[in-house]
Design a protein around this ligand. Structure first.
Ligand code: NAP
Length: 236
């Protein structure tokens, strides 16, 4: 791995992935992108700003990069903030809530594929991985609730599938995949960690190590699918 782009490097899993790649592939050029440059950002990594809700910033980001990336890792995502909480009931659905969740979990990552997949290395295997979630599996949905988040991840998985079909017509060595990181200790999961069985709440570092193993083992015929941190396919 020589060139890696991490979209959402300010997030727990995005940062842990960059740290882990830096250890496993010390000569790798790491470019991170986020809305703000984190205070503890290493000097030897490049940084670019972008906002998922601003397509022009993604276009600008793509134009500013001239490397051929072996891995593009989209680690952004949204579940809750001070005013938006995952819906427990149909009564909780609201236009603004749904629009916000879909903007950040579906539209932004899809536009990342649009603008950044042309920067993937074509001479050897390259991977475009996006963090999805197991709750985006329709057949695995036994509990209901979390309407917008679940639906946004299911829609993201469909975007990944369609993008893979289109991109793989021309480039067989480009792999587009969704990844479920497990339940990871981060700002995103913080309010919902209470019910997580003991031993099943991962550190971001542990998750990143597992996800990098999955990424490095992905084969061309797995493009368009979604995998968990163990490399097991998540049924749609
Ligand atoms: N943690 C879990 O248990 C878990 C489980 C399953 C799936 N996932 C998925 O994994 C991904 C990462 O989660 P995480 O736990 O690492 O969360 P996190 O620490 O909260 O990171 C979220 C990232 O998304 C970025 N982001 C949010 N809005 C953005 C915007 N408008 N423009 C650009 N970036 C934006 C954040 O940037 P700022 O710093 O600028 O806000 C941050 O880098 C998400 O897609 C999540 O759904 C997580």
């Amino acid at each position: 791995m020589k060139h890696v782009l991490i979209i959402g490097i300010s997030g727990a899993i995005g940062r842990a992935m960059a740290d882990h790649i830096g250890v496993r592939h010390p000569d790798c050029l790491i470019v991170g992108a986020s809305r703000q440059k984190p205070d503890d950002y290493p000097d030897h990594w490049q940084h670019q700003r972008f906002d998922l809700e601003d397509e022009a910033s993604l276009e600008k980001l793509a134009k500013s990069l001239n490397a051929e990336f072996d891995l593009i890792f989209v680690a952004t995502g949204f579940l809750h903030n001070n005013t938006i909480k995952p819906e427990k009931s149909l009564r909780d659905l609201s236009f603004d809530h749904m629009q916000h969740v879909f903007a950040l979990n579906v539209i932004g990552p899809s536009l990342c594929i649009k603008h950044l997949s042309p920067l993937m290395n074509t001479s050897t295997k390259s991977v475009f991985a996006l963090l999805s979630a197991r709750v985006g599996s329709i057949s695995d949905n036994r509990l209901g609730g979390w309407y917008s988040y679940r639906a946004s991840k299911a829609a993201l998985n469909m975007m990944i599938k369609s993008a893979a079909i289109e991109i793989n017509r021309r480039f067989k060595s480009k792999i587009i995949a969704g990844l479920h990181p497990g339940t990871v200790d981060s700002d995103l999961s913080k309010p919902f960690q209470g019910g997580v069985p003991q031993g099943q709440l991962f550190t971001a570092q542990h998750s990143a190590k597992n996800l990098l193993n999955v990424i490095e083992n992905l084969a061309s015929d797995q493009s368009g699918k979604c995998f968990d941190w163990q490399g097991k396919e998540i049924v749609p």
